[in-house]
Design a protein around this ligand. Sequence first.
Ligand SMILES: Nc1ncnc2c1ncn2[C@@H]1O[C@H](COP(=O)(O)OP(=O)(O)O)[C@@H](O)[C@H]1O
Ligand SMILES: CC(=O)OP(=O)(O)O
Ligand SMILES: [Mg+2]
Length: 398
Amino acid sequence: MKILVINCGSSSIKYQLYTMNAEKVLAHGLVERIGSEQSILKHQGVDIEPLIVTAEILDHQQGMNRVLSLLTDPQQGVLQSIDEVKAVGHRVVHGGEDFSQSVVIDEHVIASIRKNVELAPLHNPPNLLGIDAARHHLPHALHVAVFDTAFHQTMPLYAYMYALPQILYKKYKVRRYGFHGTSHQYVCDQAAKLLGRPLEELKLISCHIGNGASCAAVEYGKSIDTSMGLTPLEGLMMGTRCGDIDPAIVPFVMAKEELTLGEVTSMMNKHSGLIGVSGISSDMREITEEAFAGDKSARLALEMYTYRLRKQIGAYVATMDGVDGIIFTAGVGENASVVREWTLKKLSYLGIQLDEEKNAMLSSHSQVISRGDSKVKILVIPTDEELMIARETYRFID
Ligand SMILES: Nc1ncnc2c1ncn2[C@@H]1O[C@H](COP(=O)(O)OP(=O)(O)O)[C@@H](O)[C@H]1O
Ligand SMILES: CC(=O)OP(=O)(O)O
Ligand SMILES: [Mg+2]
């Protein structure tokens, strides 16, 4: 049984084709820089040479056309016919309060995802484009939506409400939702396995730090708090997003700079965070390189990034009255040893003993990077949102 997983970002499509329930990846790839003349398509089928091409791919529909024809291509493909794909799992970022679990996509579900576009303007529109294109090409397959927000629906009321007039919740559902739930859930499951203890006994803090970044306090397997909020803008400092700021800055800057709402929103989402502070890049690789080459702004960006992450971890230790394990995952969390080191260096009162050698080692496998005598375990766990989505999708067929 073949299941295709699609993760449509604002300018990218990531995909993985699985055989289930063997969980074997038959092909995977991505289309980057959609909308430009220089889009990049990377594709790899099992036992087939990887393919990298530059082409003009103007929209997600075109991108999906390319991906689906590659999957059945005589040279590069792994399928005889696209009809072999029995189900498609879609990452959907914002499900609002409507979904605490994955669902089979129908017109009603699409309407709900569309309703939440205003709450996730960077994410839900491309998610919808991906669903549209996939339903067009695979009309007979089962399409399933897997929501970033679903895992966090277990948060208690006092954690998800904002201290605003309650009427805003009643009228518009203004509350904390939280994101990256599929990833937080996956890495917590993996952490329990790695530590050889039941998830139901563990207090874990999961740090998903990629382009978007969020922390989750996961107590006995359930998310009880998370740093992203109504939208994926709140919380940690990110690649291009500012995370927490004094809300009064928004009207202040709008007045001083004569900005529209759209302009200030774009400033906070696309021109802040690492890129805003450093003026160099939103990519942590470049930030660390420049910081160690002596660039003061890059160094400041790195200090702010890790300081803010440490504060968030401290808050969740207080929230859960303790912590057994702290997990680092996603692009930055899995690869940037200096980010892990700087974040943890002032948490020694918790009994954290980082094994410097293990921390510095690059590995694509999950591993514990704290010393044997460390009271709190530190783990690096590669996330696999796509596998989680494939499993969720398979449940509906099984
Ligand atoms: N070797 C590395 N060292 C430091 N940072 C890295 C490394 N590899 C990737 N990253 C960071 O990971 C980020 C992307 O993370 P990822 O989880 O793939 O993001 P997303 O899924 O949100 O697009 C990049 O912007 C880059 O900053
Ligand atoms: C929700 C979110 O921020 O996702 P990403 O990290 O993929 O941008
Ligand atoms: Mg991601």
